[in-house]
Design a protein around this ligand. Structure first.
Ligand SMILES: [Fe+2]
Ligand SMILES: [Fe+2]
Length: 245
């Protein structure tokens, strides 16, 4: 899964790959959720709010990249197509809570997601799965409480890329801008047979060092390791060809 893929299509190219397709015709789809006017407004305002306080991009690009990556991760691990759709929906909605406040945005976002999913008629068992995943995606207080939550954590934390930097002035980059700007490639490799998940990054060391990366992302990588273990996999981090975790 490449994180520099800017396409907005969420799960259109997810084949069943031998897994029985258990999706009902009247299910709520990621595309329906994404096209909901309230969701479009939430994502736009959340991103604008974070831009105001100097955060990296958390808008349409991040939401769709995370949705696609998380769905692809569960698909490659053999989860049912509907589980892949549920994690795609969680990915699309996971950062909308930032429109209220950065603090506790996971919990806020879970409640905002509930309103949208309820309006679309999603069954309660699916709604609470998505709410739990969104409410547990922040490293300060999140836990992999379900396969959907675990995949969301991994896809979210794997999205490190220079296109996420809002700040147009390199002279005023903070460490988050620097690390994101330095990252030219981010790929989450899944080996279903070996039960391994590897996040492979290419970083321009003239812009940021591997130590810079660890300074801000160590807690995220530890969260990824626990999420991978929940999915029965071993997590590894490879930066510029060197395995660091
Ligand atoms: Fe978040
Ligand atoms: Fe995120």
């Amino acid at each position: 899964m490449r994180h520099d893929d800017q396409r907005l299509s969420v799960v259109a190219d997810l084949p069943a790959d031998g897994v029985v397709d258990d999706r009902a015709a009247d299910r709520v789809t990621p595309e329906q959720v994404w096209q909901h006017p309230r969701v479009q407004a939430y994502v736009r305002v959340a991103n604008d709010s974070l831009r105001q306080i100097g955060y990296t991009e958390h808008g349409q690009r991040h939401a769709t990249v995370v949705a696609r990556s998380a769905a692809e991760l569960l698909r490659q691990l053999g989860y049912a197509p509907r589980q892949c759709e549920l994690v795609a929906i969680a990915g699309l909605l996971h950062d909308v809570g930032n429109l209220v406040n950065r603090q506790n945005h996971g919990q806020i976002g879970a409640l905002l997601a509930h309103d949208v999913l309820f309006a679309l008629g999603m069954p309660i068992d699916e709604t609470v799965t998505i709410m739990g995943a969104i409410g547990n995606h922040e490293e300060e207080r999140g836990h992999a409480i379900s396969p959907v939550a675990a995949a969301l954590i991994l896809a979210d934390k794997a999205d490190v890329h220079r296109s996420r930097v809002h700040n147009p002035d390199p002279a005023r980059f903070d460490i988050h801008d620097r690390v994101n700007h330095a990252t030219t490639r981010s790929v989450l490799h899944v080996d279903h047979q070996a039960h391994t998940l590897a996040l492979t990054l290419t970083i321009d060391s003239a812009i940021a060092s591997v130590m810079d990366y660890f300074e801000i992302f160590l807690s995220r990588m530890l969260m990824c390791r626990r999420a991978a273990e929940y999915l029965g996999c071993r997590f590894s981090l490879v930066i510029n060809g060197v395995q660091l975790l």
